[in-house]
Design a protein around this ligand. Structure first.
Ligand code: ZN
Length: 337
């Protein structure tokens, strides 16, 4: 059967698990799509403000913030501090060995502009390269749904960031962790963690690392056991305010360029900050046969945050060969000529 593309988003019948309803022309996700209403969004924002007022001002920081230096996380930090200027924020940037100079510069600049403290989380390049190499060479090491969310390499990075941000929040007694996920990525706007959940997610990631052949005995990637053991009864909450705000890529870029954030020179339409991303996408396409951003972009299109034309263009855009080759060389992974 020839490939059918969903009429509303960008998912197609060639992606494993996706069928397009012949009558409606829609994928399962579009058929069951139920976005937050503007009233629900307002209610969530009110709730978040109440939480800030109730739990803020007590620890070293109010918010541990995941700052990549890319457009979404830069914009969210800016608007967060504009809407809630009283928040004490520690912005954490994870240097995975592939983040661009531009992303580092942008992250530092955003911290200056928003009066946030900046922490760069770094590890030895050899350890990171070895881990990404193992992720590239793994197949279906993560739970089944994970590969629809991101590439194996990106999933490793995302998991490290989550582990280490929760760790920072516990150590610094910060009640909130904020990520810049958009509405299209359909996060739950407020997630209350518990010590049991934190322990469970640590163990899950440890097993995934073992599965790809990484023994993180020094707990470089994993949330340190000792920190969990001493955390007490209160656990931080994760907030996703960006999914409650009006969003368009143009508006975000427009705002950022005005305040001094600089457009990075990376030739990658899906990442403005990571030079490993093109290789991660290439690797995923080779292994699983569909673009790792397909579901992400489909979500943005479905929610109206991106036009369908732009989404289709992004998914079909050729990946940068120089970026792929450069990363493959660093990771010592063979790629097709
Ligand atoms: Zn669809």
């Amino acid at each position: 059967m020839s490939k059918i593309v969903c009429k509303k988003c960008v998912l197609d019948s060639d992606i494993p698990g996706i069928t397009i309803n012949q009558e409606t022309g829609l994928c399962h996700f579009c058929e069951t799509y139920a976005p937050l209403s503007s009233q629900e969004k307002t209610e969530y924002l009110t709730k978040i403000e109440e939480l800030f007022k109730e739990y803020g001002g007590k620890g070293d920081y109010d918010v541990i913030y995941a700052l990549s230096g890319g457009k979404d996380s830069s914009y969210t930090l800016y608007k967060l501090k504009k809407d809630y200027p009283f928040l004490k924020v520690l912005a954490v940037q994870f240097d995975n060995g592939f983040i661009s100079e531009g992303a580092i510069k942008n992250a530092k600049k955003m911290c200056e502009i928003t009066d946030s403290d900046f922490l760069q989380l770094t590890m030895e390049k050899e350890v990171l390269y070895d881990t990404f190499q193992k992720a590239a060479e793994s197949y279906d090491a993560f739970p089944k749904f994970a590969k629809y969310r991101a590439s194996d390499i990106c999933n490793i990075c995302i998991a490290i960031i989550k582990q280490k941000l929760i760790e920072q929040a516990i150590i610094r007694k910060a009640p909130f962790i904020v990520f810049a996920f958009t509405g299209g990525q359909s996060p739950n706007p407020i997630i209350n963690l518990s010590s049991n959940f934190i322990q469970w997610s640590r163990n899950l990631f440890e097993k995934q690392l073992e599965k790809i052949g990484v023994d993180d005995k020094d707990e470089l990637f994993l949330l340190k056991r000792e920190v969990i053991e001493n955390m007490g009864d209160t656990a931080p909450s994760i907030l996703h305010p960006l999914c409650l705000w009006e969003y368009s890529e143009d508006k975000v870029l427009d705002t950022l360029l005005k305040i001094g954030w600089e457009q990075p020179g990376i030739n990658d339409s899906n990442s403005t900050n990571c030079t490993l991303n093109a290789f991660a996408c290439y690797n995923h396409l080779e292994k699983y046969g569909f673009h790792p951003y397909a579901f992400d972009i489909a979500g943005l299109v479905r929610s109206g945050e991106m036009s369908r034309e732009e989404g289709i263009e992004k998914i079909n855009q050729e990946l940068s060969r120089p970026l792929i080759e450069e990363a493959a060389k660093k990771l010592q992974v063979e790629i097709k000529k």
